[in-house]
Design a protein around this ligand. Sequence first.
Ligand SMILES: Cc1ncc(COP(=O)(O)O)c(C=O)c1O
Length: 396
Amino acid sequence: MSPPLASRVRDLRPTAVNRVLAEVRAAQARGVRTVSLMRGEPDLPTPAHIVEAAARSLRDGRTGYPDNRGELAYREAVALKLERDNRLRYDPATEILATSGATFGIYAALMAVLDPGGEVLLPDPIYDAYASPIRLAGGVPVRVPCPLRGLRFELHAEAVAGQITARTRALLLNTPWNPTGTVFGEGELRAIARVVMERNLWLLSDEIYEAFTYGGARHLSPVAAAPELRPRTILINALSKAYSMTGWRVGYCAAPPEVASAMLLVLQQSSRGPATFVQDAATEALRGAQDAVEAMRRDYDARRALVLERLAGMSACHPLPPEGGFFVMASLAPSGCTSDEVRRRLLEEHGVVVIHGAAYGACGEGTLRVSFAAGGEALSEGLARLRAGLEAIAAE
Ligand SMILES: Cc1ncc(COP(=O)(O)O)c(C=O)c1O
């Protein structure tokens, strides 16, 4: 028998996508042919000029250790982007950190601000991969219920205030918000900011879907909406979604100097940052022409419209039009089945893969998350199966 594993590992959970993927593989092994509307992974290639920048960098021998804080040129590109797109000024010398995707930014931020037992407020429903890193940092995730109001999930300042205890240390916001598609407006952010200020909390702001907003919605960084938040905010972002660079593992954080330095210490004991040539490519992505991002946004906008159209007029569910991100939440008509049961039947009997809303928290129950990050034949075939499957389940 081997010696015991560390107790901290017991509190960690695989992500919802990985749990569902394991079921999908088992179904495929039994001969089920599947179409996936599951992942938040863009199917579009990384734009050619970014790939070329990486190749050039490799040819130039840029394969040594990177500056742990991030290559200076990359940090300068991040500062330029924050000013250009978000109206935020951060000093590349002291306030920006290069990270291996947003995932490492989230981890380093939590490690830098949490003591054991520190509570982190999470809107419910939300991206399921925040809870485990909170536990890994010794903290406790605390849910802020955000029931559906009409066609929109909303986070109300009073609901945030209602979950604060003497142990609360931080609020984690994600705008545009996965899985709900809500993009926070200025009034909402200012109301939330008041609570964060009054109760002396950290704000962790994950803005990874910022490039993809629809209709009249526009991304607004919480610090731009409420500048008084700046000394207590860690902005987390990555190039994964905006530039179709999920596999490159490159992102960044912006935070006041002492916070960035604390996160740098965490980073030095673990990832030591993205590869040097990847940072060079990311520099080109942020500084170069942004037409490819706008072209991708238009593409996702058309896919979003397709999902809304194909799921319209059903009695089994109604789709909630997202203001941003890659997902449409489908609100299920009451049927006596949980969202997980509906998801499983859709997989087993109709070969279409979605994620049950309950995977994102109790307030996600009664919904399914439908991704339009992949388009083309997969999207139209998946939507046909989803519609037929939901109608068949409802007819029973
Ligand atoms: C809200 C949110 N944050 C972070 C991530 C992970 O980002 P990255 O791939 O850059 O680590 C995802 C990926 O799906 C996400 O949806």
